[in-house]
Design a protein around this ligand. Structure first.
Ligand code: FES
Ligand code: FES
Length: 148
């Protein structure tokens, strides 16, 4: 099976039912995508599939054949995506575990809505869970990244 991750093609001989999360982490060693609940409710494992956020813990790898996957490692070449710079500027992360999922969800939001309001941001991120409680910093960073 061929999959395209961060613009790189991989030819894999694996169980087609394997969740994408484990393919990314255990086979491709792209460990930026994190495991939280494993049942599709915390959004920690979010990646972009053809540009749309999906939970990689519940997506079988067969679903992404011929689709383009972007993980946090592929969001920018050197961490210079406006959101990554804003995250740094605003010191958003605490333990950091949930942050790749939030950043990819936010990247999708601003790809569709370059000037999101606070309400837009709240709606877009409402299902993501951060045990460290960085929600207000995340909102601040997204507004900062999109202010001009
Ligand atoms: S680990 Fe995938 S949604 Fe929680
Ligand atoms: S920064 Fe620790 S869980 Fe979100």
């Amino acid at each position: 099976m061929k999959i395209l991750v961060n613009k790189k093609e991989y030819n894999l001989n694996i169980d087609p039912d394997m969740p994408l999360l484990w393919v990314l982490r255990d086979i491709l060693y792209l460990t930026g995508t994190k495991y939280g609940c494993g049942i599709g409710v915390c959004k920690t494992c979010t990646v972009l599939i053809d540009g749309v956020p999906e939970q990689s813990c519940v997506v079988p790898v067969s679903y992404v054949e011929n689709k383009e996957i972007t993980t946090i490692e592929g969001l920018s070449a050197d961490g210079n995506h406006p959101l990554q710079k804003a995250w740094f500027e605003k010191s958003v992360s605490q333990c950091g575990y949930c942050q790749p999922g939030f950043i990819l969800q936010a990247a999708y939001l601003i790809s569709k809505n370059p000037k999101p309001s606070l309400d837009d941001i709240n709606r877009a991120l409402s299902e993501h869970i951060c045990r460290c409680g960085t929600y207000s910093k995340i909102r601040e960073a997204i507004l900062f990244a999109t202010k001009e």
